[in-house]
Design a protein around this ligand. Structure first.
Ligand code: AMP
Length: 189
């Protein structure tokens, strides 16, 4: 049974790889970004609250994000394993996830970090902006999201490295190659 995280800067291909890995492992992918975007689209109270943060490239406050993840992880489909994509992004979120999992009596097996350099990421994200029209894919917001990742999420990665469950994977190159590298890394942790 696999319970895992995928962490990486915006544009590193987390979402695409998360879907592929989940298909392969038969587990459910939970993307906090996707859940937020669905709520924004549906104009739910959560979506209305989250929208301004997302559009500015800021993190949605921990209290809101943590509650959403706690509710999602209480659903039945995570019993067979899960992959969290885009959470935790702050050390407060790491603590919350630790609590949620401890209460459930389960542990993470592996944390995959996808790596890529900023200039490549900006290029990819500007391309995605043209294709998908995501409201947070313009250059200044992209650079802000990358800065937040470096400032807040690199320390999250360090926490999992200390626990010996981190696998760093080069996120550049052919998508199939990246998937194969991730599957290898999962087996080796
Ligand atoms: P993503 O699709 O993972 O790049 O997430 C898109 C946006 O959703 C982020 O820029 C944040 O505004 C928000 N978001 C997603 N996950 C989180 C999280 N774990 N903590 C705070 N905000 C988040």
């Amino acid at each position: 049974m696999t319970r895992m995280l995928i962490i990486g800067p915006p544009g590193s291909g987390k979402g695409t790889q998360a879907e592929r890995i989940c298909l392969e492992l038969g587990i459910v992918a939970i993307s906090t970004g996707d859940i937020f975007r669905a709520n924004v689209k549906g104009e739910t109270p959560l979506g209305v609250e989250a929208k301004k943060f997302i559009d500015n490239g800021d993190f949605v406050p921990d209290s809101v994000t943590n509650r959403m993840v706690r509710d999602r992880l209480a659903q039945d489909d995570v019993a067979e394993g899960f992959l969290l994509d885009g959470y935790p992004r702050t050390t407060a979120q790491v603590d919350e996830l630790d609590n949620i999992l401890a209460t459930a009596g389960v542990q993470l097996n592996v944390v995959v970090q996808l790596t890529a350099d900023d200039e490549e990421l900006v290029k990819r994200l500007l391309g995605r902006a043209r294709d998908t029209g995501r409201s947070d894919d313009n250059e200044s917001v992209i650079r802000h999201r990358l800065d937040l990742y470096r400032e807040q999420t690199e320390v999250v990665v360090a926490r999992y490295a200390e626990r010996g469950i981190l696998a760093k994977v080069d996120g550049l190159g052919d998508m199939d190659d990246v998937t194969a590298r991730i599957m290898d890394a999962i087996k080796n942790v």
